[in-house]
Design a protein around this ligand. Sequence first.
Ligand code: MEV
Length: 326
Amino acid sequence: MTDEIPARDLPVSARAPGKCIVFGEHAVVRGAPELLFALDLEAQVVVRRSERTVLNAEPEGAEPNPYFRSALDLAWRGGGPIAVRSVTRLPRAAGLGSSAAFVAALAAALASATGGTDRAALAQRAFEIERGAQGVGSPGDTSASVAGGYLTVNAGSSGRLWEVARGEDRWTIGRVDDPGWVWAVAYTGVPRSTADAVRAVAARFGSDGGGRLLEEFRRVASEGIDAVGRGDREATGRLLTRNQELLREVGVSHPRIEELLRAAEPAAEGAKLTGAGAGGSIVALPKAGRETELVRRLARAGGLPFAVRGTPAGASLVDLPASAGR
Ligand code: MEV
């Protein structure tokens, strides 16, 4: 992984991975630790000059994509009209970071076309774009898409990669080793709004008993980070299941999530929803050697499953063929 996104003239193409949150979603927004990894499923964009600014050749009058709009405002002021094409294997609004991957890839391409950038600045920029579109949230998703690999947020300074800031808020992003595990993720088919889920959970944390709950989220994520760090599958599985109980308690589970979790149980060390919840996806840690069985169980229960691993590759430029107009 190079730490730079080099300068190039348009057309420019870039790619970035989605993410899977293992521990700590929602509580991370209130400063608690989070563990997540960049998935080996990605988004790719191609940006070229054009007569008018369009995303995926959307017809005039189509509802503008808020992430695209936010990227243009923050990273392409006065840059002239561009046509952007994006492709991805990540299901949208599914908790697997399709927006963060799109934003990180687009921010990388626009940064390249405006002189290049380093990775820490790209992580800050990608977060600002996502936050501008969503209005709420923490920088874990966009940092995973920019950095690749396994990352922690708010977990102290060990392995520190960079800090992302917004006003008075600061999030420290750290690097941890990839345990080399294959995980199963499965989309319920129920799309959800991250912003709505984050606002509902914020209200819950701010109400009676919210402080105690947040402390328990904090404990589970810290112990989870240690368990993954020492490659302890059993302890990781137990903590995944405990994290799910907490997510249920703050109201972001969903009947389809619970069905997939039940289907996963016999072949998994543990499982939970991943991302904002209220629909979206689950992540399950397979019992050793039972990865395929777990994926089959999730498919039979009506999920859209993927066997995934961490990818070390963060956002990067993609070489375009000479026929692409260079
Ligand atoms: C969404 O992928 C993760 C949340 O914690 C929101 C955020 O941290 O931005 C629910």
